[in-house]
Design a protein around this ligand. Structure first.
Ligand code: MN
Length: 253
């Protein structure tokens, strides 16, 4: 991870016009970036290009919003798993547009967690829209006592669910959109500082009327520092420490 200055633990780099240039920009700005994917078909190219980068790592995903059309690709996901250290975007989405496929999503996510637990040493970026409780139940069932770690991406559960997630060993990647909402701010303010990471979820969030880029993660960092009454540079160092600890926890296994 070189001398990373910032952390963008959830960004869809392959949805920008030029993946190679998007990776080069992360390297120039020294932003440790987790390049999540939405289908295992995207894995090989993301993995190949990220493997030449100092700051970008690719994650093997099957996005819950795509499960209705692509559940069969779980076979491909499973084939690639031995080559992946990072897994994502995976999880559940029980929002109105995707609740129709929730049973199928659960089946896929169950298999993802089971396979990760069996392999060990994986770091997962997990989506949990309107499904925090089920997602935590499934993480507890499959990953308790395993050497895998979960980073909850754009977590919107309750305060007590956030505490439960922390007790289960989860980390949280926080983006600047989350910090515009009062309810979310109150929950993020209470998260344990040693579990915090930042993300952009680009290009699905906007910065200055354009899709966010990984170096825009400094906005999330600034908003998080304000919210928690911490100095910007000190929090930046804490987040890098958190990232190193997370990687070490999985490596030590
Ligand atoms: Mn995403």
């Amino acid at each position: 991870m070189g001398q990373a200055r910032f952390v963008d633990f959830h960004c869809h780099l392959d949805l920008y016009p030029d993946l190679e240039e998007a990776i080069a920009a992360c390297d120039r700005a020294q932003v440790f970036t987790l390049a999540v994917t939405t289908t295992p078909r995207a894995w090989e190219r993301n993995h190949l290009l990220a493997s030449k980068s100092r700051y970008v790592r690719a994650a093997l995903g099957l996005h819950p919003q795509l499960v209705r059309e692509r559940a069969r690709e779980i076979t491909l996901w499973k084939e690639y798993l031995p080559t992946a250290r990072y897994v994502g975007e995976v999880g559940l989405d029980a929002g109105p547009r995707f609740i129709g496929s929730l049973d199928e999503q659960k089946r896929v996510f169950d298999l993802v967690l089971r396979e990760c637990a069996r392999a060990g040493g994986k770091i997962l970026s997990v989506h949990s829209v309107r499904s925090s409780k089920i997602v935590l139940d499934m993480i507890e069932k499959h990953l308790a006592g395993s050497s895998c770690r979960v980073v909850l991406h754009w977590f919107t559960g309750s305060g007590s669910e956030a505490r439960r997630a922390a007790d289960l060993g989860c980390y949280f990647s926080i983006n600047h959109e989350m910090l515009k909402k009062q309810r979310s701010k109150a929950i993020v303010a209470q998260l344990p500082v040693d579990r915090l990471l930042t993300e952009t979820d680009g290009p699905f969030t906007m910065t200055a009327q354009r899709p966010s880029r990984p170096d825009d993660v400094c906005r999330a960092l600034a908003a998080l520092a304000d919210l928690r009454g911490e100095h910007h540079d000190a929090l930046a160092r804490t987040l890098i420490c958190n990232l190193r600890r997370l990687l070490a926890q999985v490596d030590a296994a």
